[in-house]
Design a protein around this ligand. Structure first.
Ligand SMILES: Cc1cc2nc3c(=O)[nH]c(=O)nc-3n(C[C@H](O)[C@H](O)[C@H](O)COP(=O)(O)O)c2cc1C
Ligand code: SF4
Ligand code: FES
Length: 601
């Protein structure tokens, strides 16, 4: 007789046609039905899909939403990122912990509820926030946390926690979420009314090369952070050898403080899917993948419904607009909680059902991407811009912004501001103007572009957001008076330590060492030579890490060392006897062993 695990695995594998490249979907399904992916399920997956057991186990240990050991039927994942800490995380965490009678990371004795912390879940504009299974709970207070636990104990049904739905499509029956869009400034380019079929019709009336030319004429650059010219990326993929080509939309949005893609997917999914379809037409792809971060699972049924409606209307599938040989379809690939999967090569590994390990480049995705096929990876906002360029024409798009930075940019503003939310602004806007719009008048610093981005101080509030000055994927976290920059840098280093995939030593070990160094300094145990060492480690990581995560994760240390040297100096003192006050031989040996083994402490 089959064990329950074997039955669940057999059904999960069957639902993806026993396709080994869908291993991540299988593991997610098993996790959701069994509360974990236990060793006998790992064995069964290995046998059914023919994937080496070690790879199945490696995948389960990689993604934070998967676990080999049992979790509660309900998992409360409370965001512990910087913005949530500014908004009262500690008190909310304590309330959860007291009401449940467990510490962070533990499960109640009856096995019903697990309490865990998690990095940014894309709700920084309504922090503190948590995921209760797939249900998002926002604006938490200690009282609300206790109420959530009492309600869950009564009905064990996260969906019933949603008693009031948010605005726009958050109230759609297939979403039914308390999330609010918080769109504070909209238009004239991205957040505007859209006609579902217009852009595709216009694209189909042009040749693929003409479509690419239109995107180039608009001077569109990628909105995911790096700012690579979209038309050039498409051209490279189109001309790469290979029959089958692929379009991937990067909706991983894991950069702490970023949530604008969430809003686009909620309110303008048609514009994003049209952008993917146009990209497919331009590069000659028939296959599209929306990589949706696991934290946005609450949007999945709605997005599937939008895709279905597009198929029914002849805007997706075979023979789009009844045109012979215009075939393109999109599937949704769910992530499972791993920030590094936003990096495009890690994202492709994840789409192939592997651990989200970044790959060496070259070859670039445009040459060899998903399953070795030439692949375009674009951000959600980039693809929404593409649709608008086709709808309104390249000139309308590029008349906003500047020569190097055409169009508008969506900015996610959070932290110490009166009006957190999404702002569509023209490129070239002054940071001070964004602060004024978002009521961040007491700001003493801004973290722009996420933890690995840069810290901007009041002297630079006159500077502008654009590729020629301060480029950003769109996160702007504002800090008011009284926030300790070194404590903030320390929180960011905790984040990177957790999110490093561990593949290369400079990143795996360096993030731990930087976090520890800051900890020592904050505890008053630092010495002047620690500052020199921090700087050396940070520079080594930049030079020797394999992917963008390790190459930039030391920025919180480097930027605060540059901007707040007097503060650092005041915290580190030389011991007159020449002893290293912080040195603890026992701890140092144990630490070195653990770091070498790749563990986190
Ligand atoms: C650690 C890391 C995380 C990233 N996360 C994201 C992300 O969540 N979304 C995104 O669009 N790009 C992200 N990127 C950038 C992607 O690698 C890639 O440049 C982008 O998706 C390309 O799309 P674009 O040209 O439209 O900007 C990340 C990069 C790194 C190094
Ligand atoms: S730099 Fe960090 S995240 Fe990137 S491959 Fe190396 S260990 Fe992994
Ligand atoms: S949801 Fe907590 S920082 Fe984004």
């Amino acid at each position: 007789m089959s064990t329950p695990a074997a039955t669940v695995v057999a059904e999960a594998c069957r639902s993806v046609g026993n396709d080994a490249t869908r291993l991540l979907d299988v593991a997610r399904e098993v996790q959701s039905r069994l509360g974990c992916v236990p060793p006998d399920a790992i064995d069964a997956i290995h046998r059914t899909l023919g994937v080496p057991r070690v790879d199945v186990q490696g995948l389960v240990s990689f993604y934070s939403f998967l676990s080999e050991t049992p979790q509660g039927r309900i998992v409360i994942r409370l965001c512990d990122d910087v913005v949530d800490r500014l908004a009262g995380y500690e008190r909310v965490a304590r309330a959860f912990s007291e009401e449940l009678g467990v510490e962070m990371g533990e499960t109640t004795a009856d096995g019903a509820i697990t309490l865990a912390h998690t990095p940014c879940i894309g709700m920084s504009d309504q922090a503190p926030a948590a995921l209760v299974n797939d249900v998002v709970v926002t604006h938490l207070t200690p009282d609300r946390a206790r109420e959530v636990v009492r309600d869950l104990r009564r009905h064990l049904d996260p969906a019933q926690l949603v008693t009031m739905v948010g605005d726009g499509n958050n109230s759609h029956p297939l979403v039914r979420s308390m999330v609010r869009n918080n769109i504070r400034a909209a238009g004239p380019i991205v957040i505007t009314e859209t006609n579902r079929g217009e852009a595709i019709r216009k694209a189909a009336a042009m040749s693929p090369n003409e479509v690419i030319r239109a995107v180039k004429t608009a001077r569109l650059r990628g909105r995911g952070g790096a700012g690579f010219p979209t038309g050039i990326k498409w051209e490279m993929t189109r001309s790469a050898p290979g029959e089958r080509k692929v379009v991937v939309c990067n909706a991983d949005e894991g950069e702490p403080g970023t949530f604008k893609d969430r809003v686009l997917l909620t309110e303008l999914p048609d514009r994003v899917f049209a952008g993917m379809t146009i990209a497919g037409y331009a590069i000659g792809a028939t296959e599209g993948i929306l990589y949706l971060r696991g934290e946005y699972a609450y949007l999945r049924r709605f997005l599937e419904h939008v895709l279905e409606a597009r198929r029914a209307d002849g805007l997706l599938g075979r023979g789009i607009l009844a045109r012979h040989r215009f075939d393109f379809d999109i599937r949704i690939q769910m992530g499972a909680g791993a920030y590094v999967c936003g990096e495009e090569t890690a994202l492709l590994s994840s789409c192939e059902g592997l651990r989200g390990d970044p790959r060496n480049r070259p070859p670039f995705p445009a040459q060899r991407g998903y399953l070795g096929r030439p692949t375009v990876v674009n951000n959600v906002e980039t693809l929404a811009c593409v649709t608008r360029i086709l709808e309104a024409g390249p000139a309308t798009f590029s008349e906003h912004g500047s020569r190097q930075s055409a169009g508008t940019k969506l900015i996610s503003v959070s932290g110490d501001v009166g009006r957190p939310g999404v702002y569509e602004v023209p490129f070239g806007i002054k940071i001070g103007d964004v602060l004024a719009m978002s009521e961040g008048k007491d700001a003493v610093a801004i973290q722009i572009g996420g933890p690995s981005g840069r810290r901007i101080d009041p002297a630079d509030f006159e500077r502008t957001i654009c590729y020629d000055d301060i480029a950003t994927g769109g996160a702007l976290v504002v800090f008011g008076p009284g926030r300790n920059p070194i404590e903030i840098a320390h929180m960011y280093m905790e984040f990177f330590e957790d999110e490093s995939c561990g593949y290369c030593t400079p990143c795996r070990v360096g993030n731990v060492l930087l976090r520890r160094g800051l900890e020592r300094i904050l505890a008053g145990r630092g010495e002047p030579r620690d500052l020199v060492q921090l700087e050396e480690i940070a520079r080594t990581m930049k030079a020797a890490s394999r992917c963008g995560l390790g190459q930039t994760s030391s920025n919180p240390v480097l930027t605060t060392l540059a901007a707040f040297r007097p503060l650092y100096d005041s915290l580190v003192k030389d011991d007159p006897r020449g002893f290293r006050r912080s040195f603890d031989l026992q701890a140092a040996v144990g630490d070195a062993e653990r770091i070498r083994a790749g563990g986190r402490q």
